[in-house]
Design a protein. Structure first.
Length: 148
């Protein structure tokens, strides 16, 4: 009896992730496959749901909406900070910085705009608000004995 992916499965998969315009974000089709255990946090739940019920050798392409991927962009995640907090840093749009945020520790932020007084930092995930094209092929499935 062939195994199918369930909530306890450990998988070896090949996948690619691209934007709707075709820009490739990540792929392991030409390299080593990825190994993951469902629910271990290595894939977002919206991606894991697409794997449920697949069998070894199955391949599918799906569109992952922002709600099932990296979320919608949130304007509240864009903060203006005083330019003098960035003395000695050569700023440019798109620059990724690690910003100290009190109890939360360091958060990555992207410089989205700046002038002589203010630097606008975007703390949204870079893929937030994007529909993502997820192409996945299941190579192997290992299920615990009691989880078939």
């Amino acid at each position: 009896m062939s195994q199918i992916v369930n909530q306890w499965s450990t998988l070896t998969i090949r996948f690619s992730l691209a934007l709707e315009d075709g820009q490739l974000i990540d792929s392991c089709f030409d390299g080593d496959p990825a190994r993951l255990t469902m629910g271990d946090g290595s894939l977002l739940p919206g991606f894991e749901r697409q794997l449920l019920g697949m069998s070894e050798g199955d391949r599918k392409q799906v569109t992952i909406t922002p709600e099932n991927g990296f979320g919608q962009r949130n304007r509240l995640n864009v903060q203006n900070m005083s330019r003098d907090q960035f003395d000695g840093i050569e700023l440019e749009k798109g620059l990724v910085l690690s910003i100290q945020n009190g109890e939360l520790g360091e958060l990555p932020g992207i410089v989205s705009d700046f002038n002589d007084k203010v630097v606008e930092i975007d703390f949204n995930h870079p893929l937030a608000g994007q529909n993502l094209l997820f192409d996945v092929q299941v190579e192997t499935i290992e299920n615990p004995d009691n989880a078939n």
